[in-house]
Structure formats: structure tokens, C-alpha cells
Write a protein of this length. Structure first.
Length: 371
């Protein structure tokens, strides 16, 4: 294979969705995949099967690649420091990724920056939890996602599973929020920053179900505050690539930072079909220090609905049904086997009538989920 322009660690759907803009830009990706048939390995010819926790596997895939980026945030930071010492630019770098890998470190750093966050504290014992107070949200400081490693606790009895996990825990106040928002930014090593319209993220069971761009009825001043906050966090933490800042909008009109993700993010999938430049293209541009693309929406409304594994087990066969029923909806399948609740694809609809756009996107997703 030719020498790659960049190496991507992780073979999930995020890496898969980097490949189309890479092809358009004439970029060559080499992939470290968890297996030969994982989502991204199906469409990235230059892939190596290996383990992202094994340094020699990482060295094998980055050989000849000047830049390294990620499908996930779980590569051990000590390995990334070795790769950097050997001449590979890791973007984002381990100094930034720490704040996406460790929620306690993230809260401490954001607090030092004065970013608005829920009240929080590490808890090492039930006495610590009692002192923090109820109700609370307990989170594992590392490894949780899509509602995993998160517990709402209203008494000590509710905390049994969390403490039984035998993992470091962080307690946060249970925020009475109106809705969840997401502010997405792209930042290059040279410091160029571009932010996308703030979106509303609607969750079901801790998993993102749908995203509406832009967030309906969001006060323009609050939208500007969210974008400015995300840009400041990206700059202060020296993030390169895409940063997603997940936010709570409280009932009294405040913003609180919920989570950070330093990679393309589910709440930015709408941008493939709805923005001038997708988050995946801007991630590639950013990590390679190319000029960033426009982030404006192409249409007044975009709606992305996740397709979760359900009754339909042959998505390819069902594809024709969906395209016939909703010819203007864009279907994105991830090449994954269907299991209950697993993210196996998403659909996006755009237009100038929000109710119509919501209806079309939800119908297409339902056809892929329930038939």
C-alpha cells in the first residue's frame, strides 16, 4: 500500500465515515481495526488488525504515517507519548485526550477554567456519597458511554451496583435540565477554530436517539454562549480535530457542561448531509492542519435519527423499502450485525419545515428498526 497520510486507531463507524471525505480529498488512511470485518475495515483497504492497547500493534499501523487520529478515546496515553517521541503527531494529543478519558480530571480542569459544570466530587466510599448528598448521579471516571457506567442514586441502596463495579467513581448533582444540547467545534494545530450550529440531542435510555439541528427555539444569546464556550474549551485544552461539548440547558436558561468527546461525535452526524462541510471532513482537515471548511447549515432544519438494532435483521434487504418510502432521506448503514439496541446506522432528513423533516426521518428509521 502507498504511504498513508494519516493513521486512524479504531475500526468503528466513526472511522468508516472518515473514508468518503478522505477519498474526495485524495487522502490515504491506514486503519488499526479490532477485527477484519469491523465497520471501517470493510471500506478502508489499508487496514491492520490489532489491539490499540498493545504498543507494538500501534507502531505497526503508524509506520510511515506522520499523523495519528482516533475513532475512540481509549488508547493508553503512555503509548501515545511513545509514538510522539518517535515522530508521529497524535491529534488530539495525550495531554488533551486525558480530559475525555477521565471524567474526574475533566471536571477539575473545567472548574479551573471557570466553565459552568454541575456540582461534583470524587467519591471513594459510601461516607463520601452521604456527604455529597442525594439525589446524585454516579459515574465511573473512565470507560462509560451510552448510559453505561452511570447510575442515578436517590439513596445508599441505589448505589450498590456502582460500588460493586470496584471502579473509581465521580458524583455529580442530578441536574433538573430542560434538554440536552451539543456544541461541536473543529480546531487545527495552527489554532483555526470553526463551530457548528448548536443542536438538540434527544436521549432514550442514555443513548442518543435523534438530533435536531439547529436546536429549536434556542435563545440566540444562549446559542452564542454555547459556541463560544466550546471554542474556548477546545483552545484551552489544546484539542486538535473535532471536539463535542455536551451541555445541559437548565429550566432557568443556564448552560452546564455534561461531557466532552474529542473525536467526531454522534451529535454531529447530521452534518454529513446538512452542513457545508461534514464533521468528518473537518476532522481530517483539522488533524492534517489543512484550512477548515464552512460549518453553516445547508437547510433550515436537519434531523438525524439513529437506527438501533431491532426486529429487522437484514438491513440491506430493507434498504430498498426505506428508499422507496422516503426517497429524500439519506440512509447510512454501518455494516454491523444487528443486536438489540446496537447502533447499526442512522438516517438524516433536511428541509424547511421541522415537523415534516422530523416525520420523514423518524419514518425511515422505524422502517429500518421495526420493519
Amino acid at each position: 500500500m502507498p504511504t498513508p497520510d494519516l493513521a486512524v486507531i479504531g475500526g468503528g463507524q466513526l472511522a468508516r465515515m472518515m473514508q468518503p471525505p478522505a477519498i474526495a480529498l485524495g487522502l490515504r488512511i491506514r486503519l488499526l481495526a479490532e477485527g477484519p470485518d469491523v465497520s471501517a475495515a470493510q471500506i478502508v483497504p489499508d487496514h491492520v488488525v490489532g489491539d490499540h492497547t498493545v504498543l507494538d500493534d500501534l507502531r505497526g499501523v503508524v509506520d510511515g504515517a506522520p499523523v495519528v487520529t482516533f475513532d475512540h478515546e481509549h488508547v493508553p496515553p503512555e503509548h501515545l507519548r511513545v509514538l510522539e517521541s518517535e515522530g508521529h503527531a497524535c491529534r488530539p494529543g495525550p495531554h488533551a485526550l486525558l480530559y475525555a478519558q477521565d471524567k474526574a480530571a475533566m471536571r477539575e480542569r473545567l472548574g479551573a477554567l471557570g466553565a459552568p459544570c454541575p456540582r461534583n466530587a470524587p467519591v471513594a466510599s459510601r461516607d463520601d456519597l452521604e456527604a455529597f448528598g442525594f439525589p446524585a448521579v454516579l459515574k465511573t471516571t473512565r470507560g462509560g458511554y451510552d448510559g453505561k457506567g452511570v447510575w442515578v442514586v436517590r439513596s445508599q441502596d441505589d448505589a450498590d451496583e456502582a460500588f460493586a463495579s470496584d471502579r473509581p467513581l465521580l458524583a455529580e448533582e442530578l441536574v433538573d435540565f430542560r434538554r440536552e444540547l451539543s456544541a461541536l467545534v473543529a480546531r487545527s494545530p495552527s489554532g483555526e477554530v470553526r463551530s457548528y450550529p448548536v443542536v438538540e440531542s434527544r436521549q432514550v435510555g442514555g443513548v442518543c436517539a435523534e438530533v435536531v439541528a439547529p436546536a429549536p427555539d434556542l435563545d440566540p444569546a444562549l446559542a452564542a454562549e454555547a459556541r463560544s464556550l466550546a471554542e474556548r474549551i477546545a483552545t484551552e485544552l489544546d484539542v486538535t480535530g473535532i471536539l463535542a461539548v455536551e451541555l445541559f440547558e437548565t429550566g432557568d436558561g443556564r448552560l452546564l457542561v455534561n461531557e466532552l468527546a474529542m473525536r467526531p461525535h454522534n451529535t454531529g452526524h447530521w452534518s454529513i448531509d446538512g452542513a457545508v462541510t461534514s464533521q468528518f471532513e473537518n476532522h481530517l482537515r483539522a488533524v492534517l492542519d489543512l484550512p477548515l471548511g464552512g460549518t453553516d447549515a445547508r437547510q433550515p432544519w436537519s434531523v438525524m435519527v439513529n437506527v438501533l438494532g431491532g426486529a429487522v435483521d437484514d438491513l440491506e434487504a430493507q434498504r430498498s423499502v426505506v428508499l422507496a418510502a422516503e426517497p429524500d432521506v439519506k440512509v447510512h448503514l454501518y455494516g454491523k450485525s444487528v443486536t438489540a439496541g446496537r447502533k447499526v446506522g442512522h438516517v438524516t432528513a433536511v428541509g424547511d419545515d421541522l415537523d415534516d423533516v422530523l416525520s420523514r426521518a423518524r419514518h425511515a428509521a422505524a422502517l429500518l428498526t421495526d420493519g
